[in-house]
Design a protein around this ligand. Structure first.
Ligand code: 5GP
Length: 214
């Protein structure tokens, strides 16, 4: 059963401006989810927005952490009903998508959310919600490091290779992002990410790179 809105927002977190929609991109294995969980622990009022996916759960993952895991049939029904802001088939044949009603609700009602998306999904989101988006690209310190991280969390060689094959596509888009952050030291990167989010949240209107280029 898929919820109407993916996040249980608390009224006290509502801002007196539209909500900001923070998007984190970067190659698979770069540490986006680890960074996010550190940053969100020490910060109130910013909600992690889980994407929906049909990929199977890894060890240590659970429903909503970090995805809403669903069957291909459920996902395709949601596509049919226009429930996704964007969706992509990434890596093998797995669907990943961003739940449109949750994003619309958050922005309209003044709740700040952050999510993880590939570079192509991010392009779609920027077109749809340009005035409310802040985009942040996370890069690995080196390709060797990225490869080691992917090997450390997955034993399936094919799945690792599919993720490595996509790195070039992801890296090519980094100049389009409002901020680029190298994840060389987890604590330091989390500190910098938190600072970016806090600065944007304290502004009534964020003039990101896209707005300046218009
Ligand atoms: P995984 O978690 O399977 O290693 O990586 C999945 C990839 O899908 C990551 O690059 C992540 O950024 C991306 N991703 C996660 N959620 C979404 C989403 O809702 N939409 C799109 N387009 N990409 C997503």
């Amino acid at each position: 059963m898929v919820p109407d809105i993916f996040i249980p927002f608390r009224p006290e977190d509502r801002q007196d401006r539209p909500g900001y929609f923070f998007i984190l991109s970067g190659p698979s294995g770069v540490g986006k989810n680890t960074l996010l969980s550190i940053v969100l622990q020490g910060m109130s009022g910013v909600y992690y927005m889980p994407s929906a996916t049909t990929r199977s759960m890894r060890a240590g993952e659970s429903q909503l952490n970090p995805y809403v895991f669903m069957s291909t049939n459920e996902f395709e029904q949601m596509i049919e009903h226009g429930q996704f802001l964007e969706w992509k088939k990434i890596h093998t044949n797995d669907y990943y998508g961003t739940h449109l009603p949750s994003i619309q609700f958050a922005i309209e009602k003044g709740f700040d959310i952050i999510t993880d998306m590939d570079v192509l999904g991010c392009e779609d989101a920027v077109v749809a919600f340009s005035d409310h988006i802040c985009t942040i690209f996370i890069t690995p310190p080196s390709m060797d490091e990225l490869s080691q991280r992917l090997h450390g969390r997955d034993s399936d060689v094919k799945s690792i290779q599919t993720r490595l094959d996509r790195v070039e596509l992801e890296m090519k888009h980094q100049d389009q992002y409002d901020f680029v952050l190298v994840n060389d030291d987890l604590e330091e990167s989390a500190r910098r990410l938190r600072k970016i989010i806090e600065e944007v949240r304290s502004s009534k209107e964020f003039k990101g790179k896209r707005q300046m280029m218009r």
